[in-house]
Design a protein around this ligand. Sequence first.
Ligand SMILES: Cc1cc2nc3c(=O)[nH]c(=O)nc-3n(C[C@H](O)[C@H](O)[C@H](O)COP(=O)(O)OP(=O)(O)OC[C@H]3O[C@@H](n4cnc5c(N)ncnc54)[C@H](O)[C@@H]3O)c2cc1C
Length: 384
Amino acid sequence: MTLSASLEKIFGPINFSDKDRDRLVYSHDASDHSGYPSFIVWPTSVEEIHKLILLCKRSNATLVPRGAGTSLTGASVPNESIVVDMSKMRKVLEIKDDYIVVEAGVPLADLNRELKYKYFPIQPESKASCTVGGMIATNAVGLKPMEYGRMEDWVESLTVIDGNGMPLEIKGDAVKHFCGAEGNTGIVLKAKLKLLKKEENRSSKLLQFNTITAMYDQIKKLRYDPDILNIEFMDEFCSSLLGFEDKLYVIAEFRGDKGEYKGKDSEDLWLKRETLLKLVRGEKYFQMEDVQVEEGDKFLHWLRKNRIPSYGAIGLNMFNVLFKEDRLVSEMKNVLKLLKGTLGIKFGYGVLKKEYLDKDFAKRMHALKTHYDPKNMMNRGKLI
Ligand SMILES: Cc1cc2nc3c(=O)[nH]c(=O)nc-3n(C[C@H](O)[C@H](O)[C@H](O)COP(=O)(O)OP(=O)(O)OC[C@H]3O[C@@H](n4cnc5c(N)ncnc54)[C@H](O)[C@@H]3O)c2cc1C
């Protein structure tokens, strides 16, 4: 039997496609990288995925798990491989006081809608569409990384199928074998995620600066404040899009009532900040790079000189840098080399940011790949 006939037998005619129009749809993600899907399948059960892995092993086929395809690095783009679209495995299975269990294909927006008095703290700017499986695979970062860390800090346990076709229940440190592995070690099927109580008793200050030097002097002090939770930055361009003056702004969030924006006002200030991406896109800045650089002040001076807009979690020197065209991106990469900064720390590495992968992380990923996917079937050519 051909691979195509075997896939159709497993998934049925509705959840299998070899049509060119579907191939076109799945040849991209949110980056400008493209590739060719051999076939597309939409699993609806663990059994189907298990059969798929065994079939790939027998026929030496490769596959790419796919959530919502919001990757900015080509991570979910196929390379003559079978696209495994997880969007039909999207049930919320259980909600308790301090955890939620979901299938991997559930969009974060659906998960958020289910929560009334609780809160899931990793809220990336793609939250309207990205899925929990994609967030786990890329170890996603939300709006407040200084306080909440990243996805791996909120995953209690996972159900996965690895490249050996083994269904596995993963807990403890082994969760990190899948968080940030970008689908190289297995397909995430189900996740148990920790929840928080709705935010309470916090406040924010909105600080305005004329110079980057003055801003960094203040940020150094804020980092030592025992009540500081988050420090967010917007340059002049982003500030004016939000209706503030044409200046540098920092939102500093505190435990307790130190800031002049208290309770609901503080929440509203952060909600206003969340509207920024939409406004930026309205100005036709469609390319966004994720930078982390210790000498953030020097980097911001360079951006300002070149009129390149930016914003981000300045408390961790993590910036979203905005471009309308490629011309200045390569110059920025040279500047980052000089300043020992990096790309990929937030949006992942996929195909486009592989060169920025930390050497120790890459070594660890190679070892995990050999263990979980020795035939290199999953996301071949990506990340490592
Ligand atoms: C406008 C915009 C804003 C963004 N903002 C942020 C941000 O603030 N923070 C941030 O961290 N990221 C951000 N991103 C990047 C992206 O949204 C995240 O990486 C997101 O977590 C990807 O989720 P997804 O469901 O779209 O995954 P996809 O793009 O479909 O896949 C991403 C990777 O995960 C793998 N994968 C997907 N599902 C599974 C699964 N079930 N099992 C195993 N592997 C799987 C894929 O193979 C691929 O390697 C942004 C992207 C856009 C377009």
